[in-house]
Ligand binder design. Structure first.
Ligand code: FA5
Length: 338
């Protein structure tokens, strides 16, 4: 015949073991060890039937009460552990070192644009921008390039398909349309630059991209001559590349200037054309309602990618827009200051 179990001692042992279970896995082990099919308390309950008949009801009832109490304690322990874990997640350890998110770098063309813009601002130029989607008339006709003019072939054009029969639109092939737009709104003296992206339907090679950036320059005042044009552009180039830089002016043709020229810079033993320029054509000045005997001026269009190639020693223009991070990483730390 078995002795009646000491239920108080059992409860104390079980509760101490439960309090020592530090995580969900340990609590589960405790549950199996005490309340499972082969658990200690289950064994006690099974042993009740071997007790003398007169003791069975009291011990049986006590063991059942203990089972319920331990089941309740088990639930409470699990809830307490869950709460502690949630608190841990919410806590912020302010002593941990900060984490720096990955940082990008400025694109070399953005750096070059900013540097060029700063240089022109220092020389007293205003800065304005114009639309990338342009009307045919500003990009060509009003620059003295009518539809049947052979000079249109100088700019292979990306046209905007438009169902309407309205004026034809295109992606501007150069920033020169802003000469006309600016002259519509402003009176001389004018000294302005227009940075902007241009688009050409042309074959790409080491010095030609189909998408390029230009800086248009327009200066109109009384008494300006080709000497002012040369002086301004040489001064700009020297500020950018130093006074040792070798430059070459040659005659060139653009319908909206007369005379016209190109400026090239010595580059890897060869000449790289960086800009087109000239004295603003008399008709363009008259078209703006100005007296061309009183006002004269000059204009230029500089290729930003070409300037960037020279400045950074880049031998293939296509590298700028190929999105190769190893190339772009080289410009980390540059800030565009001249
Ligand atoms: C023009 O676009 C004229 N609008 C420039 C101008 C303005 C002349 C004002 C007179 C007065 P051109 O097509 O040559 O000209 O381009 C000017 C400059 O842009 C070039 O010297 C070159 O630096 C750059 N450029 C031209 N085409 C490309 C190209 N496909 N890829 C990269 N840069 C180019």
């Amino acid at each position: 015949m078995s002795d009646a179990p000491d239920l108080d001692a059992l409860e104390e042992t079980a509760r101490a073991a439960l309090a020592a279970a530090g995580d969900a896995a340990a609590v589960e082990d405790w549950r199996v060890g005490w309340l499972g099919r082969k658990g200690r308390l289950t064994g006690v309950l099974r042993g009740v039937r071997e007790l003398p008949a007169e003791r069975r009801p009291a011990v049986g009832a006590g063991a059942n009460r203990l089972k319920l109490a331990l089941q309740e304690a088990h639930g409470e322990r699990l809830a307490a552990l869950r709460e502690a874990r949630a608190d841990e997640g919410a806590a912020i350890d302010v002593t941990l070192p900060g984490r720096q998110p990955p940082q990008g770098t400025l694109h070399p063309i953005t750096i070059t644009r900013r540097m060029m813009e700063r240089t022109f601002r220092d020389m007293g130029f205003d800065v304005v921008e114009g639309p990338d989607v342009e009307l045919e008339t500003y990009n060509f006709d009003r620059l003295r390039i009518p539809a049947d003019h052979p000079a249109r072939e100088m700019w292979d054009t990306i046209w905007i398909a438009d169902e309407d029969a309205g004026p034809r639109k295109l992606l501007r092939t150069h920033t020169s349309p802003m000469q006309i737009r600016y002259l519509e709104r402003r009176e001389p003296p004018i000294r302005v630059i227009v940075p902007g992206t241009c688009y050409r339907y042309e074959a790409v090679d080491a010095t030609h991209e189909w998408m390029l950036s230009q800086f248009e320059g327009l200066v109109i005042d009384e008494g300006l001559s080709f000497a002012h044009l040369k002086g301004t552009l040489e001064s700009f180039v020297q500020r950018l590349f130093g006074s040792e830089i070798e430059t070459r002016f040659r005659c060139d043709y653009f319908p909206f200037v007369e005379p016209g020229a190109e400026l090239a810079i010595r580059w890897q033993g060869d000449w790289l054309e960086v800009l087109g320029c000239g004295m603003v054509h008399r008709e363009i000045i008259e078209q703006a309602g100005l007296d061309s005997r009183r006002y004269t001026g000059f204009a230029f269009g500089i290729g930003v990618e070409r300037v960037a190639m020279l400045r950074y020693g880049v031998t293939d223009i296509r590298a700028f827009y190929a999105n190769d991070l190893r190339f772009l990483e080289r410009f980390r730390g540059s800030d565009g200051s001249a």
